[in-house]
Design a protein around this ligand. Sequence first.
Ligand code: SAM
Length: 257
Amino acid sequence: MKKEEMLIHDFDLGLICDYFGRLERQGPGSRESTIRALSFIDNISSELRIADLGCGTGGQTMVLAQNTKGTIIGLDISPDFIEKLNKNAEKLGLQNRVKGIVGSMDNLPFQKEEFDIIWSEGAIAIIGFEKGLNYWRDFLKKDGYIAITYESWFTNERPAEIEKFWVDSVPEMNTVGHNISTMQKAGYSFVAAFALPEKCWTNNYFIPQKAIQKAFLQEHFENKSAKAFVEYMNYEAELYSKYKQYYGYVFYIGRKI
Ligand code: SAM
């Protein structure tokens, strides 16, 4: 199959988790961006309850723990990622405030109005932007904050090649203005939005992948799907360097009304 015809949904979840479990982060982002998003939130020095949905191995979860006094529950569908997150929390001496649990973001095992903050980096597209904002809102206290990164268009029009790649994997993908309006319609007041800097994609996402691809391919020797997956990820990196002015991840921060 040609690389332009491959879809992320075609690959086995176990294979994807094996690949991304070798990395500190499973999506674009950075310590600085997580801290910047936190800077828009009041009272982070009190004992907040925070949920980090689609937390992966916990790159941003540890940053949240190190920069707040809160208790953080990281939730992810992958038991391997959660095991890594809990081990990392222990290594950093954060196990009393950080707990990873296996679960699904569309069926949360929490009480209504349990959290002061709902965090989610690079994961809301899985449930859908609008659906996630609406469903997760119930679990926030009044005046609680939502802080999420989401794939967003920076221009009203873009070349067909990049439009196809992203709409195939995130059909709901839209412009920043539209996404802010969706957040407001879901019952949040707008607090802030900013685009993740380029190095969140290059230094923290694409370059670390290069370092693990050789070992991944050796371990999956003769697995055509593993080879195709690496090609797909390299195609994503190639498209980013070609079209980065048209799209990126945007941090959206809102407050429950
Ligand atoms: N937040 C992490 C980061 O930025 O490094 C991980 C982002 S990664 C792009 C998306 C994460 O969502 C993965 O860890 C994946 O296992 C998780 N995921 C996929 N489907 C999920 C679901 N239904 N519920 C919870 N997590 C899910």
